[in-house]
Design a protein around this ligand. Structure first.
Ligand code: G4P
Length: 531
C-alpha cells in the first residue's frame, strides 16, 4: 500500500451533533484525552476563553460571549487519524452548522438520557439523513436519572426514523448506575464511582457467566432486571448489520457518561471500527474515489474577517481525494484559474497551524482573496473534477431589509450580496418586483445582528430590519411544470424568488404547506435548495 493510501485509510472524519448542553463539548474533550492531545482538551471546553482567541474577529462575539467560528480538531488514536468537525450550537447555530455536516463522513449523535431527542438534534439529524451518512448514538449523562432505556430507543426510532441497535446496555441510572452490559462480548463493565460524581469512573470487566461476582457487584435486583432486559432486547431489537449502519439506516447505540468518563473509550473504539474511511464524492455523476485520485477538494464554508487587521476570508475545504501538497499548483474549477493555495492551515480550537501536506478526509482552511464560493471545487490542473454543490438549507427567520440612507444604494447592494455569497445569509426578492425590496432569510437569528453589524462596519451602511412572520421556506422542485402566477396557496403564503430567479414559497406554519400542496396537485416542494 502506498503511503498516501495508508494515510487516507486511517482517517475518520466526523461531526458531533447534539442539542446544546447534551454534552458534546465534554465528550469531545474526553476523546482528545484518549488521543493524548491533553493540552487541547481544556481549550475545547473554554467557551468563554480559549475559543475566543480564534474568534476574536468580530466585536459582536465579544459582546455576547459566544463563538460564531467553528473549528476542526485532529488527533491520533490507536492508529487512526481523527478529524472532529465542530458544529456550532447555542445561539451561533447557523447555516454553517448544516454545511459542516456536508464535510463529514459520519456523525456522532449525543443525546441527554434525561431529555431524549431535542429540537436541534432533530434538525441536524435531518441533514445527515439527507446524505445517508452513518450515525452513531451516544446516550449521555447516565450518571444522572435517565428516561427508560426502551422508551429512549423508541423515541429515536419514531422521531428520527432510524432503526436502533444497542451495542451496550445500561445497568441502572443516576445513583444506581452500575455500568453497562456489552452485548457482543457478553460481559458487564462496571462503573465504580457514581456517588462522588465528578471523579472518573474505574472500569472492571465481569463475565456474564461469573454469577457470584455479578451478584456481589450488582446485587440480585439489578442483575435480575438486567437479565430480563437482555432477553427482551434480544427478542425485540434488530440484528446488528454493518452495511445498514454505513447506509445510515441503523444507528448503533452506546450508553455512558462523558463527565465521569464512563463508556467513552469503548464507544470511541467501537465507533472507529464501524465508521468508514473517507467516502467518495460525486463529480458530474461519477464517484471520485479518495485513494485512486490526485488531490481534489470542495469549499464548504467561508469565514469572513477572521483577522480584522487584514480583512481576510478563510475558505474551508474538505479534501475529497489524494494528497494535498502546498508546493503544487491546483485549479480552482469555477474560477477557471490555476493557483497555489495561500497559507493552507489547520484551524484548531485555539491555534492555527500552517500545513505543507494533508490527505483526503482532512479539512484545510486557505486564505481567500474573495474568489471562492461555497461548493467550489479545486483539483489538480490536469483533472476534470467538479463536485456537486452544497444544498441551500431552509432559513427559519425572515426579515425585510431597508437601507436608511437611500444614497447608499450601491454599497448596500454590494454588501448584502457579498455577505450572501459567503453564505451567512440568503437573500430573496418579492416575486413580482425588482431589487428594491430585499428579504433576508437566516437559519439562526444571530445572523441578523451579524448582517447589521457588518454592513455598518465594513460597508458603512445603516439598515433597518423588519421581521416577517414566516418560518418555513420551500423550493419548488418541479418549477418548470408549475405556473407560479397561477399557483394558489393559503392567504398567508408568500411568493418570492432568489437571485437566480428561482421561485420559492414562504409559509407561516406547516398547516399552510399542507393546504397549498392539497390545492395544487402535482406541486413538489423541497426543504433544500440545489447547490
Ligand atoms: P454541549 O457542548 O453539548 O453544549 O454540552 P457540554 O459538554 O458543555 O455540557 C453541558 C453541561 O452538562 C455541563 O455542565 C457538563 O459538565 C454537563 N455534562 C456533560 N456530560 C455529562 C455527563 O455525562 N453527566 C453529567 N452529570 N453532566 C454532564 P455545566 O454545569 O453547564 O458546565 P460546567 O460548569 O460543568 O462546565
Amino acid at each position: 500500500m502506498s503511503n498516501i493510501t495508508e494515510e487516507i485509510n486511517k482517517r475518520r472524519t466526523f461531526a458531533i451533533i447534539s442539542h446544546p448542553d447534551a454534552g458534546k463539548t465534554t465528550l469531545t474533550e474526553k476523546f482528545l484525552l484518549y488521543g493524548g492531545a491533553i493540552n487541547l482538551a481544556g481549550s475545547v471546553k473554554g467557551k468563554a476563553t480559549a475559543r475566543h482567541a480564534v474568534s476574536d474577529w468580530m466585536e459582536i462575539e465579544k459582546e455576547r460571549g459566544i463563538s460564531v467560528t467553528s473549528s476542526v480538531l485532529q488527533f491520533n488514536y490507536d492508529g487512526y487519524c481523527i478529524n472532529i468537525l465542530d458544529t456550532p450550537g447555542h445561539q451561533d447555530f447557523s447555516e454553517d452548522t448544516y454545511r459542516t455536516l456536508m464535510a463529514a463522513d459520519s456523525a456522532v449523535m449525543v443525546i441527554d438520557a434525561s431529555k431524549g431527542v431535542e429540537a436541534q438534534t432533530r434538525k441536524l439529524f435531518k441533514v445527515c439523513g439527507m446524505r445517508g451518512i452513518p450515525i452513531f448514538t451516544f446516550i449521555n449523562k447516565m450518571d444522572r436519572d435517565a428516561n427508560d432505556t426502551f422508551e429512549l430507543l423508541d423515541e429515536i426510532e419514531k422521531e428520527l426514523g432510524i432503526a436502533t441497535c444497542p451495542v451496550n446496555w445500561p445497568i441502572g441510572s443516576g445513583k444506581r448506575f452500575k455500568g453497562v452490559y456489552d452485548r457482543h462480548e457478553n460481559h458487564v463493565l462496571t462503573f465504580s464511582d457514581t456517588e462522588k460524581g465528578t471523579k472518573e469512573g474505574e472500569t472492571t470487566i465481569i463475565s456474564m457467566d461469573d454469577e457470584e461476582t455479578l451478584m456481589e457487584v450488582l446485587g440480585d435486583e439489578a442483575l435480575e432486571t438486567l437479565r430480563d432486559e437482555i432477553e427482551l432486547l434480544d427478542g425485540a431489537s434488530v440484528e446488528f448489520d454493518l452495511d445498514e449502519v454505513r447506509r445510515g439506516k441503523l444507528t448503533p447505540v452506546f450508553f455512558g457518561s462523558a463527565l465521569t468518563n464512563f463508556g467513552v473509550e469503548i464507544f470511541l473504539q467501537n465507533f472507529l471500527k464501524m465508521a468508514t474511511t473517507p467516502l467518495p464524492r460525486i463529480s458530474q455523476g461519477e464517484n471520485v474515489e479518495p485513494v485512486e485520485n490526485d488531490f481534489s477538494a470542495f469549499v464548504f464554508k467561508i469565514q469572513a474577517n477572521m483577522n480584522k487587521a487584514h480583512r481576510d476570508r478563510i475558505a474551508f475545504m474538505r479534501i475529497c481525494s489524494g494528497k494535498f501538497d502546498a508546493t503544487k499548483e491546483v485549479r480552482h474549477v469555477q474560477g477557471g484559474k490555476n493557483m497555489r493555495l495561500s497559507q493552507p492551515q489547520q484551524i484548531m480550537a485555539d491555534e492555527r497551524k500552517i500545513l505543507s501536506e494533508a490527505y483526503a478526509g482532512d479539512i484545510i482552511g486557505v486564505f481567500d482573496p474573495g474568489i471562492f464560493s461555497i461548493g467550489d471545487t479545486v483539483c489538480m490542473p490536469k483533472d476534470n473534477i467538479c463536485y456537486e454543490g452544497i444544498p441551500t438549507f431552509a432559513p427559519e427567520h425572515f426579515a425585510r431589509v431597508r437601507q436608511m440612507d437611500t444614497m447608499k444604494r450601491k454599497q448596500f447592494i454590494k454588501g448584502v450580496n457579498q455577505i450572501a455569497q459567503e453564505g451567512a445569509i440568503q437573500i430573496f426578492q418579492e416575486f413580482n418586483t425588482g431589487m428594491e425590496e430585499i428579504i433576508v432569510g437566516v437559519v439562526g437569528v444571530l445572523q441578523f445582528d451579524v448582517l447589521k453589524y457588518r454592513l455598518e462596519n465594513e460597508y458603512n451602511v445603516e439598515i433597518k430590519l423588519e421581521p416577517l412572520p414566516y418560518e418555513h421556506i420551500r423550493w419548488i422542485e418541479n418549477k418548470d411544470e408549475v405556473d407560479l402566477a397561477k399557483l394558489s396557496g393559503t392567504s398567508d403564503m408568500k411568493k418570492i424568488k432568489d437571485l437566480k430567479g428561482n421561485p420559492l414559497l414562504l409559509f407561516i406554519n406547516q398547516w399552510s404547506i399542507g393546504m397549498t400542496l392539497d390545492r395544487n396537485k402535482g406541486l413538489v416542494l423541497s426543504e433544500f435548495g440545489r447547490g
